[in-house]
Design a protein around this ligand. Structure first.
Ligand SMILES: Nc1ncnc2c1ncn2[C@@H]1O[C@H](COP(=O)(O)OP(=O)(O)O)[C@@H](O)[C@H]1O
Ligand SMILES: [Mg+2]
Length: 253
């Protein structure tokens, strides 16, 4: 049961944002990806989650190739992503944002609403209960009725994680969950990730905050200029001379 990324390449114009990237992780694992700006990390997430096609290479989950599937089909298989810039609906409340993230309701389809009103009501009740569970788990219940646009940076990141959880995922791709988040909330978010992982949800996490990430994950991959430079235990990887050169500019952290 694993996510397998093999020899994935992707160019924009003549620029190779991903150059034969290969990575593998158990579907219920916890893998971090670090690298300087422009290394190709977000592009890798877009390819893995099906938002943009690769030029070459293949992505598979549990031995099943995902290459021809779009984001919704991948989400149904349990693979969901968050975005570096949170994509909440500013005017909707936290609760409404979570409910809107629930996949595949009959209410999304007008015919379903017309022919099966009872079923739609039952689904809505289930979705509301799921949203409440997610808010309780993420400590967002006190701001349930607040428009999402009024949340702090850290709360928006929590909401983004919550929206991913509404899809009942097996593996979540988190794009910079700690960016613009204060130190207290970084600890909160890290603790929630650890709890979810203990319940069997896998995480592939892009992060710029090297300290926070290396405390959280047992395995780290380092990307630079579209390539994976090294992967392994954080201490090992961070001791690698090429990694220090690329990521830390040769400076001892
Ligand atoms: N849609 C796009 N069109 C053109 N260039 C892109 C696009 N997306 C990413 N890039 C380029 O690809 C490189 C990698 O970007 P990105 O994956 O966002 O890096 P990272 O997330 O590691 O900072 C950057 O040079 C970026 O400008
Ligand atoms: Mg990025």
């Amino acid at each position: 049961m694993s996510l397998l990324i093999r020899d994935v390449s992707r160019s924009f114009g003549g620029f190779r944002a991903l150059d034969r990237v290969s990575l593998e992780m158990p579907a219920d694992g916890l893998l971090g990806v670090i690298g300087p700006n422009g290394a190709g990390k977000s592009t890798l997430f877009s390819v893995v989650s099906g938002f943009i096609p690769a030029d070459a290479g293949t992505v598979s989950l549990d031995g099943r190739t995902l290459d021809r599937l779009g984001p919704a089909a991948r989400a149904r298989l349990g693979l969901v992503r968050t975005f570096q810039v949170p994509r909440e609906f500013h005017h909707l409340t936290v609760r409404e944002n979570l409910m809107a993230a629930a996949p595949g309701q009959s209410g999304e389809n007008l015919l379903g609403l017309f022919f099966r009103p009872g079923r739609v009501a039952a689904e809505e009740a289930l979705t509301a209960a799921a949203a409440q569970d997610v808010m309780d788990f993420l400590r967002l219940a006190p701001v349930a009725g607040l428009p999402a646009g009024r949340l702090s940076g850290g709360q928006k990141k929590l909401l983004e994680l919550g929206r991913a959880l509404m899809a009942k995922p097996r593996l979540i791709l988190l794009d910079e969950p700690f960016a613009g988040v204060n130190a207290v909330l970084v600890q909160e978010i890290a603790a929630r990730i650890t709890e979810l992982n203990a319940r069997g949800i896998g995480f592939l996490i892009i992060e710029h905050d090297l300290q926070a990430l290396s405390r959280l994950v047992p395995r780290l991959a380092v990307m630079d200029r579209g390539r994976v430079l090294a992967a392994g235990a954080p201490a090992e990887v961070l001791a690698d001379a090429r990694v220090r050169e690329a990521y830390l500019g040769g400076v001892v952290a």
